[in-house]
Write a protein that binds this ligand. Structure first.
Ligand SMILES: CC(C)(COP(=O)(O)OP(=O)(O)OC[C@H]1O[C@@H](n2cnc3c(N)ncnc32)[C@H](O)[C@@H]1OP(=O)(O)O)[C@@H](O)C(=O)NCCC(=O)NCCS
Length: 152
C-alpha cells in the first residue's frame, strides 16, 4: 500500500464523544496499553508502540470506554519513523463509532503542536478512511518506501 501525506496546518477540530476518553496514557500504564495492542493486533505493532513510551509524555493516544474502563483504540506517532503517524487500531467491537477518527485527529493535533507541518502515514491500509477524516493524499511512488529492508 502507498504512503499518505497529511497537511497539519488545516486540521479539522476535535469533537468530544459521550462516553469516550481520548488522551495520552502515563508511562506506568504502558504494560496494559502494550498488552492491548499485542492481544488485539500484532507483535509488530506492539513493538512499534513500545517506542512511544521512550518519550514523556508518550507519543501515543488511546481511547477508553468510560463505562467499562476498557481500551477501545490507539494511535501512535514518531514510532515507525520520525514524522510518521501509526500504527492505528480500534478494538473490533468498538469500530464504526468514530473512535478511529477521534484517536487519529488527536494524534495529528499533537504532531502539529510538536512542530510538524505534515504527517506521513506509512503503508496505509484503509486509504479512504484517512482521506475522509484528515484530507490525506497518496504519495506517488511510495511503495515499499521505508519498508523495503530484507528483515522479516
Ligand atoms: C480503520 C479503522 C482504524 C477505522 O476505525 P473506526 O473507529 O471504525 O472508524 P470511524 O468510526 O472513526 O470512522 C470515521 C469515518 O471513516 C469511515 N471509515 C471507517 N473505516 C473505513 C474504511 N476501512 N474505509 C473507508 N472508510 C472508513 C467511516 O464510515 C466514517 O465515515 P463518516 O465520518 O463519514 O461517518 C479500524 O477499522 C481498524 O482498527 N482497522 C484495523 C486496523 C487498521 O487497518 N489500521 C490502519 C492501519 S494503517
Amino acid at each position: 500500500m502507498p504512503d499518505l501525506l497529511v497537511p497539519l496546518y488545516d486540521l479539522p477540530g476535535i469533537q468530544e464523544q459521550d462516553g469516550l476518553w481520548v488522551g495520552k496514557p502515563m508511562p506506568h500504564q504502558s504494560p496494559s496499553v502494550l498488552s492491548f495492542i499485542g492481544d488485539n493486533f500484532s507483535n509488530g505493532w506492539k513493538a512499534e508502540a513500545s517506542t512511544a513510551f521512550g518519550s514523556v509524555p508518550p507519543t501515543l493516544i488511546v481511547a477508553v470506554d468510560r463505562a467499562s474502563g476498557r481500551l477501545a483504540g490507539f494511535c501512535c506517532w514518531d514510532c515507525t519513523a520520525k514524522g510518521y503517524l501509526g500504527p492505528i487500531g480500534i478494538y473490533e467491537g468498538s469500530r464504526g463509532r468514530g473512535v478511529g477518527k477521534a484517536v487519529v485527529l488527536a494524534a495529528l493535533h499533537s504532531m502539529r503542536e510538536a512542530g510538524y507541518g505534515y504527517a506521513v502515514i506509512g503503508d496505509a491500509g484503509p486509504v479512504e478512511f484517512f482521506q475522509r477524516i484528515c484530507d490525506a493524499r497518496v504519495i506517488e511512488g511510495s511503495e515499499p518506501g521505508i519498508y523495503g529492508n530484507p528483515i522479516h
